[in-house]
Design a protein around this ligand. Structure first.
Ligand SMILES: [Zn+2]
Length: 302
């Protein structure tokens, strides 16, 4: 695939309202980091859990999508969850560097795509925005949605304390169920789950959605034999008593690190802080980031 190397990234970026500095330059404590040519560094503090679910040594860089990549994206059939998944993976895979794409957390795909989007359309001003009404003075104004505006649901500190910095995995010692090791689902672990789901019929899937949700937190390494791993997990899951099932359901819910449906804005007229709902903006799904107006099927997968 032809890769168009952006040459005037800093200029392009400066044209975007609200972004005045290169993300390469700030907030890295003076550490010398070599950023690959044509790429920007993505501060992992911007990612889910403040980056806690990635290895502490992780570095992530991203670049603009090429015309060909955007074209592939807009050609995907968004009624086909597998194609949507492949579309996301395609962009992340080609535009992100420094860290294996399969280890990127599923919860971070939207934010990373938004970063790629901002760089890709820096010249055209093709930004996404949402209409706001000030709760205090009733002024109507548009708020541009930038990647850095997207906030993640907060994770309980007692869970974050269980993260192993070297791996980003969580290790729980429990009173009743022994040791439990979990990881926030990655694109790689999600692929294993969806591949397995594709081998099952609809009725079976319907009865086992909770298993798939929990399983995606239990696949720690995407390089495993997926089918074998899923079979083992299912055998294990089938043996859980109601107490363990309840515990695992609550644990995986607490670890659901998705993006909040609202972003903070400031009223240009009175300065009031308003939280505005952005759910509708992304209602059309992942493809909506580059192309508008399609239903989100991907989000229903997990
Ligand atoms: Zn106001």
């Amino acid at each position: 695939m032809a890769v168009k190397k952006p040459t005037t990234m800093a200029d392009d970026l400066a044209k975007l309202d609200g972004i005045n500095e290169s993300p390469n330059e700030d907030a890295y404590g003076g550490d010398k980091v070599t950023v690959p040519m044509g790429y920007y560094r993505l501060d992992k503090k911007e990612l889910c859990g403040g980056g806690a679910f990635y290895p502490e040594t992780m570095e992530l860089y991203y670049r603009a999508a090429s015309v060909e990549e955007v074209s592939n994206w807009s050609n995907m059939d968004d009624k086909n969850p597998q194609e949507v998944y492949d579309g996301v993976v395609g962009i992340v895979r080609s535009c992100v560097k420094g860290f294996p794409w399969k280890m990127i957390k599923e919860a971070d795909r939207l934010k990373i795509l938004m970063y790629v989007h901002e760089i890709t359309f820096a010249n055209t001003g093709n930004t996404m925005s949402v209409r706001c009404t000030c709760a205090s003075c009733d002024t109507k104004y548009d708020k541009k949605i930038l990647a850095r505006d997207l906030c993640y649901k907060e994770i309980d500190k007692r869970l974050l304390d269980r993260v192993e910095p070297e791996t980003g995995e969580l290790l729980f010692q429990t009173k009743d169920f022994g040791e439990i090791r979990m990881a926030v689902p990655s694109l790689g672990s999600l692929r294993i789950v969806t591949d397995y789901m594709a081998t099952r019929d609809k009725a079976w899937l319907k009865d086992h959605m909770m298993f798939f949700k929990i399983a995606s937190f239990l696949i720690l390494d995407h390089r495993v034999d997926g089918k074998k791993t899923m079979n083992t997990l299912y055998k294990d899951y089938s043996n859980w008593d109601i107490d363990k099932l309840g515990f695992m359901i609550n644990l995986h819910r607490e670890l659901s690190v998705g993006i909040e449906d609202v972003i903070p804005t400031t009223c240009p007229s009175c300065g009031e802080h308003n939280n505005v709902d952005i759910e509708g903006v992304f209602k059309g799904g992942m493809r909506n980031i580059f192309i508008k107006g399609v239903p989100d099927i991907y989000n229903r997968l997990l």
